[in-house]
Design a protein around this ligand. Structure first.
Ligand SMILES: Cc1ncc(C[n+]2csc(CCOP(=O)(O)OP(=O)(O)O)c2C)c(N)n1
Ligand SMILES: [Mg+2]
Length: 363
């Protein structure tokens, strides 16, 4: 007789929400809003600092200091909520837009800036903070996250891995291999899909025929959950639950954080060519930071002192970024070849020598 299959999961289309767009608490009871005041303020600080640094990145790109930048404006709650409840030893596998998560891990603005300036090879320092280098090749890093989770388990570690992926990434074959592999091997991995409604100019509705991204989890036999990605407390609670399950042998979870990319895809994109001003306005009214600030005011956690502290940190980090980028020394391009393999191959050595010879001619 065939093995019995797992009982199908059901997925609620209504996202988990703890704070309404107007800042008032919802009637949700499965998840808790009760975090210590210091944690509540820290989440706020992290979101605002992320947004301010994001703006500085855009300014630097406009001033010709960076070729390209992908803004995370609008997605601060999703990223901060998801990353803040994890342990520092849990590995993050980012796509490229996760500035908030990078900052939470202690990656410096200059280190993030070097990646966007193309001055360093993909942010190798990120790995010192248990963050994999960014994955521009869409969808590939889901598999890395699953492999790392399976390895951690075999080594007897109780860490989890989190793959941050976009809605568009879930249209890639690699993502589905990752979902399946994670599920059948019960890997301690969480797929955190930021559904920001767009994959460059392709709306999410053109990418799948199913009811939601979270529903895809059903076919793979893992829990799928939709969460309001503009609600930092809901993202925190849902990720905390999924990470806990993964850490204790319960296998992977697919979380769909429903959010919005407020800016263009990257600084090279003009979104007015494919989306309406009304749509953008509609989402601006659901701004994750304004909503959370109103909530903090209502529970007596917001203060002038908090605001001043946040502004001072933003100022310091933006200055740090600017100092690192403008007139900052570039890394030695020869290093590009040193970290591909433990020992350089003859072909890479040939390419390195060719590059150095060309650079010497230019000097
Ligand atoms: C394998 C691959 N195909 C195509 C691209 C070009 N590309 C870059 S970003 C992107 C859209 C990704 O959308 P999504 O996963 O929703 O992430 P978002 O940019 O919205 O955060 C595409 C198609 C790529 N980088 N890699
Ligand atoms: Mg997207």
């Amino acid at each position: 007789m065939a093995e019995p299959y797992a009982t199908p999961q059901s997925v609620d289309l209504d996202p988990v929400r703890l704070v309404e767009a107007d800042g008032s608490p919802t009637s949700e009871t499965r998840y808790s809003r009760d975090l210590p005041p210091e944690t509540l303020s820290w989440l706020y600080e992290s979101m605002v600092v992320t947004r301010d640094l994001d703006t500085e990145f855009i300014n630097l790109q406009r001033q010709g200091e960076l070729a390209l930048y992908a803004s995370c404006r609008g997605q601060e709650a999703a990223q901060i909520g998801a990353a803040a409840c994890l342990r520092k030893t849990d590995w993050l596998f980012p796509q490229y837009r996760e500035i908030g998560a990078f900052l939470l891990r202690g990656i410096t603005p200059g280190q993030i800036g070097a990646v966007w300036r193309g001055a360093w090879h993909g942010g190798l320092e990120f790995t010192n903070h248990c963050v994999a280098p960014i994955a521009i090749a869409i969808g590939t890093h889901g598999l890395h996250a699953v492999g790392a989770a399976m390895a951690a388990e075999r080594l007897g570690e109780d860490s989890v891995t989190v793959a941050f992926m976009g809605d568009g990434a879930t249209s890639e074959g690699d993502a589905h291999e990752a979902f399946n592999m994670a599920s059948v091997s019960k890997a301690p991995c969480v797929f955190f899909i930021q559904n920001n409604q767009w994959a460059i100019s392709v709306p999410v509705g053109h990418q799948m025929a199913g009811p939601s991204i979270a529903h895809r989890a059903v076919g793979y036999g893992m829990p799928g959950i939709r969460v309001d990605g503009n609600d930092v407390l809901a993202c925190y609670a849902v990720m905390a639950e999924a990470a806990e399950r993964a850490r204790h042998g319960g296998g992977p979870t697919l979380i769909e954080a429903v959010t919005y990319r407020m800016g263009p895809h990257t600084t090279s994109d003009d979104p007015t060519r494919y989306r309406s001003a009304d749509e953008v306005q509609d989402w601006l009214a659901r701004d994750p930071i304004a909503r959370y600030r109103t909530y903090l005011e209502s529970v007596g956690v917001f203060s002038e002192r908090l605001q001043e502290r946040v502004a001072a940190r933003s100022h310091r980090l933006c200055a740090e970024l600017r100092d690192a980028i403008v007139g900052g020394a570039d890394h030695d391009p020869a290093e590009l070849f040193d970290t591909v393999y433990a020992e350089i191959t003859p072909e890479l050595a040939r390419q390195r020598d060719e590059l150095l010879a060309e650079l010497a001619k230019e000097a």
